[in-house]
Design a protein around this ligand. Sequence first.
Ligand code: NAP
Length: 482
Amino acid sequence: MCLCLTAPTVEENLSIVDKYRGYADLVEFRVDKLNPREYPHALRLPSLLEGLPAILTVRRKEDGGGFTGSEAERLQKLHACIPHGFRYVDLEADVRDEGILKSAHEKGVRVIRSFHDFQGVPDDLPERIRSLPRSADEIPKAALFPRSIKDLIRLINGSGAVKGDKIILGMGEFGFPTRVLAAKLGGYLSFTSEKRINAAPGQVDPETLINVYRFREIDGYTALFGIIGNPVLHTRSPGIHNPAFGKLGLNCVYVPFHTDSLEHFRELTDLLDVKGFSVTIPFKERIIPFLSEKGEEIDHIGSCNTVTVTSAGWQGRNFDYIGFLKPLQKELGHKGKACSRATVIGAGGASRAVVYALRKLGMEVLIVNRTPERAKRTAEQLGCSWAPLSGDSHSRISGYADIIVQTTSVGMHPDVDGDPLAGYHFTGSEIVYDLVYTPNVTKMMKRAGEAGCTVIGGLEMLLEQAYCQFETFTGRKYPGLD
Ligand code: NAP
């Protein structure tokens, strides 16, 4: 695992190394990102790394770097730095400077031969990679920017066609899995950067790669699980599933797949032998025609949040409703009070799972939604009442207020001042349940708590549905974590 150093001073770069000592196996020193005043100090860096090997890189602007001087100046800089303790030097495909190559050879500095494509993934990727090394000892490197799952498939196939040491990584949201799965895909290393710095699009920090994704445990045999969505990289689910794999000693990893096409994702599951995945917005409904088997709840809810991949095809389940019910039943048990009437704010996929769960408990439900036609449609399908989401409906809501469930994205980061029931007077006897989990306490939850209501946040539901997924994926109970 290689830590990219892109700070403007040597001192700042050294403090980043200190922060991640114990995580990084080597560093890439991006001399092109240094403040030019610091160039004379660049030579000192390898001797200050206390044994960590370093890659020397002076990247041109057109290759995504920060070096703006002439090519002659850049080569001169590389030439000057090589003898000062670097273990590797990154040279682009077109660099033929004999002096640099001779110096690298004499000093035992291994050449990484790189090319960058910020537009996509070239069709002739294997040929391009194979033509990179100038000698058997050079490591070919391709940094590509897949713009779709189809591009990602081409990248992985291209990488698979190249034997020996190689660094082939996808940037951006679609490329993210290649950073986590470098070892599974036969890569020599993966790059990381300091948390606040995004040295390349999609890069993660060393702690996340090692602690959340268990990068050191991943090998060619690691079983692959994940989550599809768009967007999806913000998901908390890898932080729930991966530590549990670790706790049970399972050689598995769970990775987010930013997805644009379910047809192409199906090809990817075959290529990578993905065993199962979670499904989030906007695929929860769209995935249903792709399922070869589905739980009976899917017919009622109309959406799917979990897929297990079997030889017979994709088996779908929706665990959102169980995830929703568990924390609620706990509170109902504590409250010792029969609740019979509930309001559900929102009429999207999550709302349907919630309404299905409440109806299973025998409750009468009122659905309120910004788009009244959608509330009406969902209400008619699931046997409930409906009303528009507006101040005019507040008196109606107060008649269905044993439980109030908020299922829209209002109040979710960054809309933290959003409150879908602004102006509604809580009496304190309601159970108020907000499915939003970022932040942990939304504005509406805070208001309800202050009025004396029992309040449940979305994180509990997220965890409960994840526990069901984990059991379906692995056949094992979700373990208690330390
Ligand atoms: P969805 O199918 O896209 O539905 C979105 C719902 O939110 C619709 O009812 C929509 O109303 C409403 N809405 C969106 N923006 C609004 C606004 N500005 N004002 C009023 N209403 C607005 O999405 P979903 O799958 O149901 O997910 C909804 C939320 O639930 C998301 O925040 C998601 O993170 C959360 N969720 C949490 C969990 C968990 O485990 N805690 C599980 C599933 C979902 P219109 O019909 O008028 O567009």
